[in-house]
Write a protein that binds this ligand. Sequence first.
Ligand code: SPQ
Length: 431
Amino acid sequence: MTKSTKLPQKVKGLSGSIVIPGDKSISHRGVMFGSLANGTTEIKNFLTGEDCLSTIDCFRKMGVDITVTDDVVVVQGKGMDGLVEPSKILDVGNSGTTTRLMLGILAGSSFHSCIIGDDSIAKRPMNRVTAPLRMMGAEIDGRKEGGFTPLAVRGTKLQAIDYVSPVASAQVKSAVLLAGLNANGTTSVTEPAKSRDHTERMLRAFGCEVEESGLRVSIKGGQTLSATKIVVPGDISSAAFFLVAGAITPNSSITLKDVGMNPTRTGIIDILTGMGADLIVENERTVNFEPVADLTISTSDLKGIEISGEIIPRLIDEIPVIALLASQASGQTVIKDASELKVKETNRIDTVVNELSKLGVNIQSTDDGMVITGSATPLSGGQVSSYGDHRIGMMLAVASLIADGDLTLDDPDAIAVSYPTFFEHLKELSL
Ligand code: SPQ
């Protein structure tokens, strides 16, 4: 493990183009659904970040033959009843998506399994998933009244539920829908706002019927999945770091290719546009079941904005880098309704406010977000930390491009969770 690294020094500008690596959410789901399908699923442009490799490792432990050749993954599906009891503990590493979606699959399996993760996973609440699964009859045990890893799952026959989720969370929705696939009857989930819908789209690509009506999604139990070919679009959450870098670094114009533009994920595009960024969206197309485009962003004069309500689930993972963006905008940016940030890899309200304050940003935390007062704030150097959170690490690396002093980042390896080639791409674009 690298303890700390010197971040790049202030650059003259950013120029050129990069292809954004595969989407993390879609890569996880490709392996999971491919494992449950009948036949061989091929996944191209798979994200070989550590989180998705954890998913592969867990499904291999349940008897699935999965090969990885560069960024092409081939999954030999076992069918809905074909997973086997793992003789080893399923280690999800740092990945909340692996933990929560897999719980939905394991709850209705015919075997016993145990899940463990790293120190960050041990602090993340799993009761948001285990509670509805228990309503379906699931037998799940864990620390602190069953809500935290390590977790033990005794697979059992499940009953459908009509679940009204208190949070807009794709992980909750997906876990309940996946459990619903194995349950008697039709399972529905209603969310307070729409979360990312990759599960719904991909289940359909695997031949499943998924009904949607407003914020309610339903699935009939007993359906089977048929293997398919998937091309994973670039991850807009990874692209976000370069979108912000291009907007705030003087003398910059960069193109990001093959970026996923699923409307449940494009809140960052709306915010950049609303703040006045010079952003061009080109070559819009659909790859498989997901929209994709090329994005060109150039140095921009930005103004502060309020970010709240239904847009929050559409940009929840981008908030750390949006806070940095806001520090370079004129006026105030207020981020509200984002208390979900507290249960991510770190408490992202605290970690963003701590680290940006160290660099001289005028930023205050609130109960459900933060307030940033910008105006091309000059950033100082110093010692900062990712706290083991990939998105905090990458946000700080983007800050280093415009910082006046040298920045040293503690725990930089966390970045490999979602963007193993991040520093290479940064170097490629730097003038
Ligand atoms: O997988 P993990 O650790 O939960 O990753 C994060 C991230 O920043 O990469 C969140 F910390 O992304 C989640 C995202 O916030 C991935 C995800 C998904 O693939 O379904 C959904 C979102 O979480 P949630 O809790 O809102 O459903």
